[in-house]
Ligand binder design. Structure first.
Ligand code: F6R
Length: 615
């Protein structure tokens, strides 16, 4: 969480920084700030509570000259969102300014020690401790800034990606990383910094991803960035080419990123399957399953670790892998797994699912599993992300950048990759017969086309949303493969419309939640025609007997559920294990349109951030 940007070169830094902050705003939007060293050598720091646009307004009549600067958009952890706690933070002398993403775990100990030595603090943040500590080391030990950074970081426990400006050296930015992402863009006579590549790609596609414990010294006029570690050993990093284009990170005519990303799903799934699903011979190839065949097909057990929406995809993955590969699967919240004492060893394969590839809990779960000898398979969207780099192997989603805070296309991308993985392993193990294998592969390849058709329901779902905007609570029900879909539908509604919603397996209703049902309770039921269809029909009858308002997701041509439901949306027919790739879409649209009707900030819902890099 929190987005950081930096620039040093010949351009005016301010426009580059503001544009960069807007691209990173999905990471947090409680407050924003910028520090610039002007052409006359002044350090100007401007901060505002709220979004980047609030900062822009605040800065409108200020001096924003200078071609070196750093900027930050915040998701508050320590201290409430206000302009004092906003970054950049300044050292006591006023010479150093810092922006930081992460958490300094031992900040209160260090703060007390510095206060005992007379250092005064202005904010409640952990970040201010970092800049004060660096300055204290610099002045008390009479060392240069880089040495002070190295020595200070030895005292610091926690996660950080930071960038540091020194008013007395307007030709240099020092940056460092531990567990929070940081990318440097290498242009001609200029350098860019970002929490990801999105603020950089407009200017250069040449980037360097920092590793943990890297310190980068970025100096004007040099061709390369210099890297060292805490022990002052020089490090070499390869400059990589980033494959991201501007179109992918802009709204493309849609009013919100979320709607754009919902509509992108057919193309995203095609991209995800490209080169992996061969429809001529109905075959799936995943390079990881070829390269690590022994570990994957002989796994005693799979353990899926993930958070939020990715965890919901994991629940679908469990059903797919158990069904097609006959290997037991456990699905764990990464945040719980990391503090458990799991019985796990080298015969286990951990699948870590993460859109951002930066989720702190998932990263910690991976480290724990690794330390116990497990083989780690990553499923990330963000290329080069921390999780992608921490795993032994993996498969990228290839659905393009997801910017709306509510995850949509990444979810269906995750389910697609999990399906391909289950097919590839099942085939290699001989646990799926050829006819079934070919049927699933063939049907998977048709999903994008079916999604395109399904998206025509958008206006109809918008009309349904208008009817239910009043609701204060919602229940979502599904069974089998559609139970995680119900959980996901409820999460989408909660996070962007702030309506309380619960997802349940439909048959669990009678064990308690049915007491909630009355004529004001909308219940969304995924009631597609699969083996559990008749059971779900009975569940709907139980609901209607108690006057619930039922919104049903039904298979095209269905008549029985339609007759019972108050509202319905039809989805194309497919085989059961692929239903989530279709049944999820009307639920994404329903959440979206309800949030729009309620005039909520769809792409940047309150209290949330896209990338959860704190635990
Ligand atoms: C919900 C949502 C979150 C994320 C969760 C994990 O729409 O986006 O629940 O799914 O924070 O994030 P990743 O997948 O980046 O690890």
């Amino acid at each position: 969480m929190c987005g950081i940007v930096g620039y040093i070169g010949k351009r005016d830094a301010y426009p580059v920084l503001i544009k960069g902050l807007k691209r990173l705003e999905y990471r947090g939007y409680d407050s924003a700030g910028v520090a610039l060293i002007s052409n006359s050598g002044e350090l100007h720091v401007y901060k505002a509570k709220g979004k980047v646009s609030d900062l822009e307004q605040f800065v409108a009549d200020k001096d924003v000259s200078g071609n070196i600067g750093i900027a930050h958009t915040r998701w508050a952890t320590h201290g409430e969102p206000n302009s004092t706690n906003a970054h950049p933070h300044i050292s006591s002398s006023g010479n150093l300014s810092i922006i930081h993403n992460g958490i300094i775990e031992n900040y209160s100990t260090i703060k007390r020690q510095l206060q005992d030595k007379g250092v005064e603090f202005k904010s409640e943040t952990d970040t201010e401790v970092l800049v004060q500590l660096i300055e204290y080391v610099q002045s008390s030990q009479q060392v240069d800034l880089l040495t002070a950074v190295r020595l200070a970081l030895r005292e610091v426990i926690g996660a950080y990606a930071f960038a540091l400006l020194d008013k007395n050296n307007p030709d240099q930015i020092i940056a460092a990383r531990q567990s929070s992402p940081l990318v440097i863009g290498v242009g001609k006579d200029e350098f860019f910094l970002g929490s990801d590549a999105s603020p950089i790609i407009e200017y250069t596609d040449r980037v360097v991803y920092l590793d943990n414990q890297d310190i980068a010294v970025i100096t004007r006029g040099k061709e390369e960035v210099e890297f060292c570690n805490f022990n002052n050993e020089r490090l070499e990093h390869e400059v990589q080419t980033v494959e991201l284009n501007l179109g992918q990170i802009e709204k493309g005519g849609f009013p919100h990123f979320m709607l754009k990303e919902i509509f992108e799903q057919p193309r995203c799934l095609q991209d995800s399957m490209r080169g992996r699903v061969n429809i001529d011979v109905n075959h799936v190839v995943l390079s990881a399953v070829i390269d690590y065949r022994r570990q994957l097909i002989n796994a005693r057990r799979f353990i899926i670790v993930a958070c939020g929406t990715s965890w919901h995809a994991g629940l679908i993955g469990k059903q797919l892998i158990e069904c097609l590969c006959q290997i037991p699967v456990e699905v764990e919240y990464a945040s719980e797994f990391r503090y458990s004492n799991p019985v796990i060893d080298s015969r286990d394969v951990v699948i870590a699912i993460s859109q951002s590839g930066e989720t702190a809990d998932t990263l910690a779960a991976i480290e724990l599993a690794k330390s116990r000898g497990a083989f780690i398979y990553g499923m990330c969207n963000a290329v080069g992300s921390s999780i992608a780099r921490a795993t032994h192997t993996g498969s990228y989603l290839h659905v393009g950048p997801e910017i709306g805070v509510a995850s949509t296309k990444a979810f269906t991308g995750q389910v697609t990759v999990l399906t391909m993985l289950a097919l590839a392993i099942g085939k290699a193990r001989g646990t799926i017969n050829n006819a079934d294998y070919e049927k699933v592969v063939s049907e998977l390849s048709k999903i994008p086309e079916k999604q395109t058709k399904l998206l025509e329901c958008n206006d109809h779902v918008r009309d349904i949303a208008r009817i239910f905007t009043y609701a204060r609570n919602f229940i979502y029900l599904g069974r089998g493969y559609n139970y995680p879909v119900a959980l996901e539908g409820a999460l989408k509604l909660k996070e962007i419309s702030y309506i309380h919603a619960e997802g349940y397996p439909a048959a669990e209703m009678k064990h308690g939640p049915i007491a909630l049902i009355d004529d004001e309770m909308p219940v969304v039921v995924v009631a597609t025609q699969n083996v559990l269809y008749d059971k779900v029909m009975s569940n709907i009858q139980e609901l209607k007997a108690r006057h619930a308002r039922v919104i049903a997701i039904v298979t095209e041509g269905d008549t029985r559920v339609k007759d019972l439901a108050d509202e319905y949306v039809e989805v194309p027919q497919t085989i059961e294990c692929l239903e989530p790739l279709l049944s999820t879409i009307p639920l994404q649209l329903l959440a979206y349109h309800i949030a729009v009707c309620k005039r909520k900030d769809v792409d940047q819902p309150r209290n949330l951030a896209k990338s959860v890099t704190v635990e």
